[in-house]
Design a protein around this ligand. Structure first.
Ligand SMILES: O=c1ccn([C@@H]2O[C@H](COP(=O)(O)O)[C@@H](O)[C@H]2O)c(=O)[nH]1
Length: 275
């Protein structure tokens, strides 16, 4: 999907909501567990309920791999069910030497036909390069993550006083244009989001951490958004498990709508997608 199509969808829905499809058998409502493929049915109901408010969907591959060989089929069928005007993200956090990275790019972009895949930049430029230069396909590189452990390496300081994550983002922003590369930036990082924005003024951010992790949507829009959008904000558990009974999809819809309305309010306040 091209950047202009992502932005058009955000403008139309006044939303930057990405719904995380991270369902597990232990947590879905019990009445679905007798279905042939409970996770697929659950995902379809969630997609139907949230589609008016969402511009992207992000299955985290780990939840499908945990289901064994059948899980990959569930992932493929889930992706095929997502409306074509929504952006799709395989959250896989891959990263390896060049020829292996080529195989990952083929698996996600050609076989699974997903729009984007998340990547860990620790192995450097040649581990990211194979995901670039494919029209409409995106590399989403970890910039500043939402977890407490992001302090261990990402927030170490370099000799010039800058943080490691700033150097990573600056270098990766030179490697891939804003038409093919985004950054993962945690909603829990507050004002540090502004430092990532300074290091990559034009690239989109994928922002997890709103909802179950308690990150601030207000901070994300204030420090991360740009006039043409600039952010996709993910919530997984906060939407998937808003309810636990037979009305789970309705409860998910209510939560997605609440987030979208808050996004529209913040867009207006901060001049995002107003032109
Ligand atoms: O820094 C990161 C990078 C990725 N994630 C992933 O996003 C979702 C968040 O799920 P919630 O249930 O909304 O907390 C999940 O797939 C994580 O693996 C992240 O949280 N932080």
């Amino acid at each position: 999907m091209k950047k202009s199509d992502i932005v058009a969808q955000m403008r139309r829905k006044q939303s930057c909501l990405c719904v995380g499809l991270d369902a597990s058998l232990e947590k879905i409502p019990s009445h679905l567990k007798t279905e042939k493929d409970p996770i697929l049915i659950f995902n379809k109901r969630i997609i139907d309920a949230t589609e008016p408010y969402a511009v992207a969907y992000k299955p985290n591959v780990a939840f499908y791999e945990a289901l064994g060989p059948k899980g990959w089929e569930t992932l493929a069928e889930t992706l095929a069910y997502i409306p074509k005007d929504c952006f799709t993200i395989a959250d896989a956090k891959r990263g390896d030497i060049g020829n292996t990275a080529e195989a990952y790019a083929k698996a996600f972009f050609d076989v699974l036909d997903v729009d984007s895949v998340t990547l860990a930049p620790y192995m450097g430029a040649d581990s990211i390069q194979p995901f670039l230069g494919r029209l409409g396909k995106w590399a989403i590189v970890l910039g500043l993550t939402s977890n407490a452990g992001s302090a261990d390496f990402q927030m170490l300081t370099l000799a010039d006083g800058s943080y490691v994550f700033e150097s990573v983002v600056r270098q990766m922003a030179r490697l891939g244009s804003p038409e093919e590369l985004m950054f993962v930036v945690g909603a829990t990082r507050g004002e540090s989001i502004a430092r990532v924005r300074a290091a990559a003024p034009e690239h989109f951010f994928l922002v997890p951490g709103v909802g179950a992790q308690g990150g601030s949507l207000e901070d994300v829009i204030r420090y991360g958004a740009t006039a043409e959008g600039g952010v996709l904000v993910n919530s997984s558990r906060g939407i998937l498990y808003a309810g636990s009974g037979t009305d789970f999809a309705q409860r998910a819809e209510t939560e997605a709508k609440r987030l979208q309305e808050e996004m529209a309010r913040l867009f207006a306040l901060h001049g995002v997608l107003q032109g």
